[in-house]
Design a protein around this ligand. Structure first.
Ligand code: GLN
Length: 188
């Protein structure tokens, strides 16, 4: 049976993840309100976008507590950019933490205005060299010892894995490289 992926679809770049995951044979279900949580998915995607808006909508929609407990219970998660910010236990330049299930410190909009968006090539552990799209991206300033660093770009940590949580500062859903999404599906 196709793996069922719940994609947080409140705001941001969720459609791109759905396109990629569907092409890989997964069944995507958009999570927009509490009714969408009735059937528990096999995995979860937290897309990029604006983390402050997503956080507010998560609270208002009444989905926050259930999704947090899914993650705490071990549901595999792929989080990109704003999604990484939502998972982070600490933010170095903002007080608005959200799920706090990933023991890292993240800096929002870390590259400043001038380097708001850029593309880099860097090695991703277990995968190889990837073209990485950064869009007003955060980076990871500190990780707890149990967190595995998967990629560093220009001296900053940009991808980590902590148990079933895979979190990236860049956007693998943009473009045609499906290797990280395949790796995520293998975690399920
Ligand atoms: N700058 C955004 C934030 O702080 C994240 C950017 C993104 O998801 N592409 O939420």
């Amino acid at each position: 049976m196709a793996k069922r992926i719940g994609v947080l679809a409140l705001q941001g770049a969720f459609a791109e993840h759905e396109t990629m995951l569907s092409a890989l044979g997964a069944a995507c279900h958009e999570l927009r309100n509490r009714n969408d949580l009735a059937e528990k998915p096999d995995g979860l995607v937290l897309p990029g976008g604006e983390s402050t808006v997503q956080r507010k909508l998560l609270m208002e929609s009444g989905m926050f507590a259930s999704i947090k407990s899914w993650i705490e219970e071990g549901m595999p998660v792929l989080a990109t950019c704003a999604g990484l910010i939502l998972l982070a236990e600490h933010l170095s330049n903002d007080e608005r933490t959200c799920f706090k299930t990933l023991p890292v410190t993240v800096r929002r909009n870390a590259y400043g205005r001038q380097l708001g968006s850029f593309i880099a090539e860097a090695d991703v552990r277990y995968i190889g060299t990837m073209r990485q799209n950064f869009i007003r991206a955060p980076y990871i300033e500190q990780v707890s010892p149990k967190v595995e660093v998967l990629s560093e770009t220009a001296g900053h940590i940009t991808a980590v894995r902590y148990g079933h949580q895979l979190a990236l500062a860049f956007h693998p859903e943009v473009g045609h490289d499906t290797r990280l999404h395949e790796a995520f599906l293998r975690m399920i």
